[in-house]
Design a binder for this molecule. Structure first.
Ligand code: ZN
Length: 169
């Protein structure tokens, strides 16, 4: 039997990464390369988008990995049936409503709600209930900072704990 390489990512390892996420046009959407701690995830457990999880399998500690992940392996396609029409009159009259704008509101139960505008049609506003990254091809640049076997507790929980494996959430 081959000896497992402790530096190489496989399912069941806890992996610490620094990443930058850009869209297909090169606009930066997210990063944790800003002085904070790395992101830890349990490989092969669905903790991160499936396409990135897959792209990182077999990669080694200390390497930089570029991965292009299609929507189907990220946040899914943009689904038109998740657009909902509401009257323009429900929005502040003095604000020009544009696609991509986000409003804070309340559900009928009083819970906080984020409303994202997908478009405007006449006196109707289209509310987009898709994930903000639905339909997007994701361009990741990932630095593999750490790789270690998961503890039995992490395997049981299906996610990574703190640096020493202690429960931190
Ligand atoms: Zn846990």
């Amino acid at each position: 039997m081959a000896t497992p390489n402790p530096d190489q990512i496989e399912a069941g390892h806890v992996v610490a990464i620094y990443y930058t996420l850009k869209d297909a046009a090169g606009k930066q959407l997210d990063t944790n390369k800003n002085g904070g701690p790395p992101l830890s995830y349990l490989a092969g457990a669905g903790n991160i988008v499936p396409g990135l999880d897959k792209a990182l399998l077999g990669q080694k500690r200390g390497t930089t990995v570029k991965a292009v992940v299609p929507p189907e392996e990220a946040y899914g396609p943009h689904r038109p049936e998740l657009l909902e029409r509401v009257p323009r009159a429900q929005f502040p009259a003095h604000v020009e409503i544009k696609p991509g704008m986000v409003f804070s509101g309340r559900t009928p139960d009083g819970l906080p709600l984020r409303i994202r505008v997908g478009g405007v049609e006449g006196d109707q506003v289209l509310i987009d209930k898709n994930h903000p990254l639905a339909g997007q091809e994701l361009h990741f640049e990932v630095y593999v900072y750490g790789v270690r076997p998961a503890t039995p507790e992490e395997q049981q929980h299906g996610h990574a704990h703190g640096p020493g494996g202690q429960h931190a959430h």
